[in-house]
Design a binder for this molecule. Structure first.
Ligand SMILES: *[C@@H]1O[C@H](CO)[C@@H](O)[C@H](O)[C@H]1NC(C)=O
Ligand SMILES: *[C@@H]1O[C@H](CO)[C@@H](O)[C@H](O)[C@H]1NC(C)=O
Ligand SMILES: *[C@@H]1O[C@H](CO)[C@@H](O)[C@H](O)[C@H]1NC(C)=O
Ligand SMILES: *[C@@H]1O[C@H](CO)[C@@H](O)[C@H](O)[C@H]1NC(C)=O
Ligand SMILES: *[C@@H]1O[C@H](CO)[C@@H](O)[C@H](O)[C@H]1NC(C)=O
Length: 628
């Protein structure tokens, strides 16, 4: 049972760093519940890492960033609220939850229930392990005033959920507490209501802890800084079109509405560029005119203002934990469901792409044994979140399924020196932008993407249902302006690495590096590993990336974190660097099928998603596979 091993080894590391006197025998330590840590999980909605939103949250900095560990390379695996949250609460990739959209038939709360997860997901496992579980705010899209009790979301000792169609109404939200009827909060500022409710449950949880020793797991999920959405349809279903809803900038609390008047979206090189970029509908976007840029800067300021009430809530919750004397035995995790974009690649406000702005998101944790004011570059994902909470609490899933992620080492150091360097990003269905000028509603926004980030290289590789492809060299082109897939197949990309020995020879000169203005937020990403620069042909690199994506697109369990083991059961290839050796050229070029779609679909229709990896496609097999 691999998961258990992972958990056990993580707990050992964790406890070793908390107290060297404990857990030396390698056994999973038996903690009585009174010594088990509490967890407070603050989960915002659509918060970016790449437009500096964290810099505008001073309390978050004081209490969590400066006192904890920031994961610079934390990624969601599907950049859309409901599918991302379901992956987080189940520990499964979206292709294994098949909750791939925000509304039925392919997603939303009813699909979560239909797939059986309401009987088998994280809060239930935590209750099994003796935790009191509490939730305030948005759980899933599509949990609505008409379906909230059929059935109620399971697993929460205390809950107060935001319900559609009023989830994103900053000044008229509807909440639904425990098994009570929904209540409308007209003219009340939603984040302040969330904060009041959070304090109420926190008092309950602290009292219970005091009286019975029961630890708590508490999620507070405000909707900020998501846009304000007026959903026109009462019955939300799959017939989504331009008229289904009206989106406007998030509304700040009255006390914050005049802040940041001079602030604009950071003008990174990919902000509203002169040349279009990306693939598919993105490559056809017009440059934004000044009216649109101005409106979108206002949209951006509105997000920063809306986050201020979240920041105040962070402050008050941490103070309450401190006053109760439990802060030192509480892990506080801060994250969001997916990232956000405004203007990069000429896009209107929105998410759902595999660009860095949409998938690389805040993930910060403070708590017992965790380094303070530190950051790490290990690659972690939202499918690791459930395994991490299991590891922290000593809980485990009672069911048969193996989770697709692995517990995050909370000292920020790779456990066995070869933690995953990849993220499998998935998306199905339509895309809709959220600004005033954004009613771009493109039907075929279905793709599979692989984000690889090693010491010496970084790539984003995307295969769209239309047959289009993208490849970005993240070390040379961190703003993703130059799609290498369009260039000559024989062109070369650079790999900086410590050992040049693995580098295939290439007579092709490498493309001129893009000139990038110095950006302090990116300098930390440039680890300068090794001084050797070697070149590899783009085509040869693509065969490798495609093969890993081929495994990942239907992976489950350990295969999702160790895809190279599926291709090389003999264990000789563990990373992309290993795989680049020329001796594998024939294998990658001719023995592994290519990722492709037969048709664009709005959900996960397996028959339309082309060939899948099978166990004959392994290195060292003699027989040929049949390509169609
Ligand atoms: C607020 O929401 C309620 C439904 O919960 C609705 O009946 C009411 O009309 C809304 N008020 C405004 C001002 O939109
Ligand atoms: C920009 O485009 C919008 C709509 O396409 C238009 O209403 C506006 O006048 C334009 N602004 C400028 C400065 O051209
Ligand atoms: C790489 O180039 C060197 C020197 O040009 C040559 O000796 C070596 O055999 C080449 N290796 C491969 C794998 O082609
Ligand atoms: C979307 O994909 C479907 C099925 O592959 C195709 O028939 C349709 O033309 C595509 N639409 C657009 C706008 O590309
Ligand atoms: C995913 O769910 C949809 C909608 O229920 C269904 O049509 C599809 O077959 C499912 N996909 C898989 C791979 O089970």
């Amino acid at each position: 049972m691999h998961l258990l091993t992972t958990i056990t080894s993580l707990l050992c590391i964790l406890l070793a760093s908390i107290s060297t006197a404990e857990a030396q025998d390698g056994q999973q330590p038996l903690q009585d519940s009174a010594s088990k840590p509490n967890i407070l999980f603050i989960l915002t909605d659509d918060q970016d890492l790449h437009m500096d939103s964290l810099s505008y949250m001073p309390y978050l900095k004081e209490h969590i960033i400066d006192r904890g560990l920031s994961f610079n390379r934390h990624y969601c695996t599907v950049a859309l609220c409901c599918p991302s949250r379901v992956s987080m609460w189940t520990g499964l990739a979206a292709h294994n939850t098949n909750v791939t959209d925000i509304n039925p038939p392919y997603g939303g709360y009813p699909k979560f229930v239909a797939e059986g997860f309401n009987e088998d997901y994280l809060p239930l496992w935590l209750q099994e392990a003796g935790y009191g579980t509490y939730y305030v705010g948005k759980l899933y899209n599509g949990q609505s005033v008409s379906n909230y009790d059929s059935p109620h979301a399971a697993g929460w000792t205390g809950s107060d959920f935001l319900l559609d169609p009023y989830t994103y109404r900053y000044l008229n939200a509807t909440f639904q507490r425990n098994h009570d009827k929904p209540v409308s909060y007209e003219r009340k500022y939603v984040t302040d209501v969330v904060s009041d409710k959070a304090h109420g449950f926190l008092d309950d949880a602290l009292r219970t802890r005091e009286e019975t020793g029961q630890p708590f797991f508490f999620t507070v999920a405000p909707t900020a800084p998501h846009s304000d959405v007026y959903i026109r349809r009462k019955n939300i279903d799959g017939d989504f079109d331009e008229n289904s809803n009206v989106q406007s900038p998030p509304i700040p609390a009255e006390r914050h509405k005049h802040l940041f008047e001079d602030v604009v979206v950071p003008r990174t090189p990919n902000f509203n560029p002169d040349k279009p970029g990306g693939a598919s509908w993105i490559s056809r976007l017009p440059k934004q005119n000044q009216t649109k840029v101005d409106f979108n800067d206002h949209f951006y300021r509105s997000r920063l203002r809306a986050l201020q009430a979240v920041d105040e809530m962070v402050d008050s919750l941490v103070k309450r934990l401190s006053d109760a004397g439990v802060l030192e035995n509480t892990y506080i995790v801060y994250s969001t469901d997916n990232g956000y974009t405004i203007g990069q690649h000429r896009r209107q406000p929105g998410k759902q792409c595999a660009f860095e702005q949409d998938i690389n998101i805040p993930f910060i944790i403070r708590g017992p044994g965790i380094p303070e004011g530190a950051s790490t570059n290990i690659v972690t994902t939202h499918t690791d979140v459930a395994p991490t909470f299991l590891a922290l609490t000593g809980a485990r899933p009672p069911s048969a399924f193996e989770l697709d992620g692995q517990a995050i080492p909370l000292n920020g150091v790779e456990t066995d020196g070869r933690r995953q360097e990849h993220v499998n990003v998935e998306m199905w269905g339509i895309i809709m932008s959220e600004g005033k000028y954004g009613s771009i509603l493109y039907p075929n926004h279905t793709y599979k993407a692989l984000r690889i980030e090693g010491e010496a290289y970084g790539y984003l590789y995307v295969v769209w249902c239309s047959g289009e492809h993208e490849l970005y060299d993240m070390k040379l082109d961190p703003y993703q302006l130059n799609n290498l897939h369009r260039s000559e197949p024989a062109a070369a990309v650079s790999l900086r690495r410590n050992t040049a020995s693995l580098a295939p020879n290439s007579s092709v000169p490498m493309p001129e590096p893009m000139s990038m203005p110095d950006s302090s937020s990116d300098s930390s990403r440039d680890d300068g590993a090794g001084s050797d620069v070697s070149h590899t042909a783009v085509a040869s690199l693509i065969h490798r990336l495609d093969a890993v994506l081929m495994v990942l697109k239907t992976c489950s369990g350990r295969q999702c974190t160790h895809p190279w083991d599926s291709l090389f059961p003999n264990g000789e290839v563990k990373t992309l660097a290993d795989a680049l050796d020329d001796s594998y050229n024939d294998f990658f070029e001719t023995k592994v099928e290519k990722v492709q779609y037969d048709k664009c679909e709005k959900g996960y229709i397996a028959e339309s998603e082309g060939p899948v990896w099978s166990s004959h496609q392994v290195f060292g097999m003699n027989h040929e596979i049949a390509f169609e």
